[in-house]
Design a protein around this ligand. Structure first.
Ligand code: NAD
Ligand code: UD1
Length: 335
């Protein structure tokens, strides 16, 4: 297929680009590089030995989007462009609703005008209402607790409404915790500023860029007292997008899938895996719980397995080893 990948220079987008090119799809990337580097595009070409079109621009630019969809004869859009920092979304909610929600409606308008009728959208496990068990299937109650999460849920609802009255197909993918990097170490997670998430923070401590990790809470109702998450290798996640695209090729209407491994790991287990990968002790201390956190957040993965035929391959050790390789080879990120 001819695919437009929005946000394709970012962490998940760049890995998804590799999986799409390897699966034989033609690729156009649209990114405004607000949270990524132009250098990623060169690395993608080197890594895959394939050509791809890269366009610097914003999904909120309707004429640009429409022209691109037409000129590249796009069959389907994989929509990953978005802002994702939870704390920032609380302090600046309008920026999040403008970029994520208005950005998506503009993209959909462009698709409508250009007659493009298929989209895969990157949502998040953050849309689920936290529960004691912390195990979510696609029908679990939804109640995001911050503007970032609400922007994701709003987009899901917009897509559902649009599909209901139009010949349009949308698949929503709810990612759990994407981590790791491509095994080449050429692309990976390269956050600007202080990382919000565990794995990139741990990687920067291991490489000496940050002094010590703060473990948020040691009194959670979990076996070792630290939070449990469903970490998924970003290359597995990337292949999930290829599976979703293939499903759309057969005609999918509207559907939602969790993408996770179905298996949880605690913060201390992540630290241990990283110590093993890097061969160094990782300094950490316990700190207060982070507001808005929950004890456990893991995916039920049966639906993705049955309908998409999607199964993950990598375990925590491989995730840590690949994240560490990327961090070592790119101590300042992709510049
Ligand atoms: P990222 O920041 O690395 O990538 C997002 C990309 O989108 C960046 O390259 C950025 O420059 C681009 N972008 C942002 N706004 C844009 C706009 N208006 N127009 C064009 N480009 C724009 O983030 P990521 O981790 O790769 O996440 C990709 C998507 O997956 C996001 O929508 C995010 O909300 C979602 N998601 C991420 C996670 C995670 O843990 N990383 C979890 C669940 C969902
Ligand atoms: C984060 C986002 C969530 C997003 C999800 C997917 C926040 C508040 N939530 O959640 O919206 O959908 O990523 O990627 O950012 N931890 C530490 N020390 C740190 C960082 C994290 O102990 O410096 C702990 C957390 O308390 C948690 C675990 O590590 O138990 C994972 O944290 P993180 O990587 O931020 O992911 P989520 O909490 O799942």
């Amino acid at each position: 297929m001819n695919v437009l990948l929005t946000g394709g220079a970012g962490f998940i987008g760049s890995h998804t680009a590799v999986a799409l090119l390897e699966a034989g799809h033609q690729l156009t990337i649209l990114d405004n590089f607000s949270n990524s580097s132009f250098a990623v595009l060169t690395r993608l070409r080197e890594l895959t030995g394939k050509s791809l079109k890269g366009v610097e621009g914003d999904i909120r630019n309707l004429s640009l989007v429409e022209d691109l969809l037409r000129s590249q004869k796009i069959d389907a859009v994989i929509h990953l462009a978005g802002l994702k920092a939870v704390g920032e979304s609380v302090s600046d909610p309008l920026r999040y609703y403008d970029n994520n929600v208005s950005g998506t409606t503009t993209l959909l308008l462009g698709m409508q005008r250009a007659g493009v009728k298929k989209i895969v959208f990157s949502s998040s496990a953050t849309v689920y209402r936290g529960s004691q068990e912390g195990l979510f299937n696609e029908d679990s109650p939804l109640e995001p607790v911050n503007p970032y999460g609400r922007s994701k849920l709003m987009i899901e609802l917009i897509l559902r409404d649009y599909v209901a009255t139009n010949s349009f197909e949308a698949l929503v993918l709810r990612y759990f915790n994407p981590v790791g990097a491509h095994s080449s170490g050429r692309i990976g997670e390269s956050p600007l500023g202080v990382p919000n998430n565990l794995m990139p923070f741990v990687a920067q401590v291991a490489v000496g860029r940050r002094k010590e990790l703060a473990v948020f809470g040691q009194d959670w109702p979990t076996p070792d007292g630290t939070g449990i998450r469903d970490y998924i290798h970003v290359m597995d996640l990337a292949r999930g997008h290829v599976a979703a695209l293939e499903r759309l090729e057969q005609g999918g209407r509207f559907d939602v899938f969790n993408l996770g491994t179905g298996q949880g790991h605690s913060v201390l287990e992540v630290i241990q895996a990283f110590e093993k990968a890097s061969g160094k002790p990782l300094p950490y201390h316990f700190a207060a719980r982070r507001p808005g956190d929950q004890a456990v957040c893991c995916a039920r993965v049966e639906k993705a397995r049955q309908v998409l035929g999607f199964e993950t391959q990598a375990g925590l050790e491989e995730m840590a080893a690949d994240a560490w390789r990327f961090q070592m080879l790119n101590p300042q990120g992709i510049v």
